[in-house]
Design a binder for this molecule. Sequence first.
Ligand code: NAP
Length: 504
Amino acid sequence: MDPDKCCESGCTPCERDPVGSEPRDLCNYIDGEFVCHSSEQWKNVLQPATGERFARVPLSTRTDVDCAVSAAKKAQPSWGRLSHSERADWLDKIADALEAKYEDIAALESKDTGKPISLARAVDAYRSVANFRFFAGLIRETYAGQREHFEMEDATNIVVPKPVGVGALITPWNLPLYLLSWKVAPAIGMGNTVVCKPSEFTPMTADLLMETIHEVGLPKGVVNLVHGDGLGAGSPLTSHPDVDLVSFTGGTATGAKVAAAASPIFKKLSLELGGKNASIVFDDCDMEKTVEGVTRAAFLNQGQVCLCGSRILVQSGIYDDFVDSFVNSVESMKIGDPSDESTQLGALISAEHLSKVESYVELAKQEGGEILTGGYPCLPKDFEHGNWLAPTVISGLSVDARCATEEIFGPVVTIHRFESEDEAITIANNTRYGLAGSVWTSDLEKGQRVAEDIDTGMVWVNTWLHRDLRTPFGGVKDSGVGREGGRWSLGFFSEPMNICLKHD
Ligand code: NAP
């Protein structure tokens, strides 16, 4: 084997452009080295706010995926033999090193996704560090004492949480490092080795994570990364015979393709998919707090969060007052330069995605909707080639309208009137999705009762996106299969083996 090549199929070490230089060419990270990809193909990474190119991402192929999977497979046995607490120590080391790059994470994420810097700092940078630290603590606490065991009269059953093997971790563009770290930390913490495939639109913080992992000296091959698009890199990864588990977060249509590739060869599979979540506002809510909460739920990250409340259902007694206050609140949001500390709304991820969102606004007009507020923001010349849309509120649509039932994944919400608790629940469940929802009422008993009747994986009452990392996360219906979060992640990223010891 050529000593300059990282594996038999061949990938050569690549000279990384220094962080901060622009435009940068990114490299894959395989077997503890930054390496070139096997094709000559690249994709430009554009800043959503300005349309300017600031990096190029390799369009990797099956050859690169093979290389990464083989490195992960080679590294797994010795990594899997470390104790849980030794691996938790590695997670803490990564958390500490990432924390030192807090501002870099926020700046890169804001530039790469178009989201406001304040949000990138408070949500993306914060949670990426917290994910590593949280899983380090949880793994230590869970596996510190005696192993789980079940006594029989004449035998003892001991449950051994074994690693699954090689994991494929595939993530979308809306919360790049937040979601990647949410998978990497529990996956390697439980003894698996992984190959990551971040979104081609937002590769920058995944690169930063590899740099961090390299700096702390994580054993080679434990974490590998292949850049590229879904077809060229994602698909060969999810169907690779040496990949034992797939953790996928992305759209429902892609999730179906991933399931079709992974299921026939019995890979362990977790799918976190799209959503069309309802915010249910009852007459007895605290109006001021509800308007604030529902506005945040609707438009955080320009409405590009799978959990966003994009269907707002309001009880008839307060409908008119709520709509007035809500539209005022939406119109007061500051949209513009993502690097400005006071900006609340940034740009959409890409020109293609903007077109998709705009087409839904057009469709809403054809479906009889009234645009209460929306349009295009007036921005300085620097942003004229960015992907901008003002937060848009649409009323007057039927609850069956496509805009009211399909995932738009942008700054567009529909608002509907309901009379009774039962009607609110029926409308909330009137979609193929079942990810999340929120209920706003001063009666917590009613809030819990309604929440339990909504067919989703998560419901918040009088709050939204208030996350305790110990709780299960995931959806039902077309929003996904399985749960991650807390001990559910530890369960997904391991195989419980039972050993029965017969007594003398
Ligand atoms: P997407 O188009 O489904 O892509 C997700 C990831 O899958 C990307 O890395 C993509 O690569 C890759 N991919 C595409 N085709 C593939 C294939 N055939 N095999 C394997 N991988 C493939 O989703 P997105 O547009 O990035 O993200 C938005 C969606 O994610 C929304 O529907 C949102 O609701 C959902 N989401 C869900 C959650 C959740 O926790 N439930 C969280 C966040 C987002 P490329 O993009 O590079 O081609």
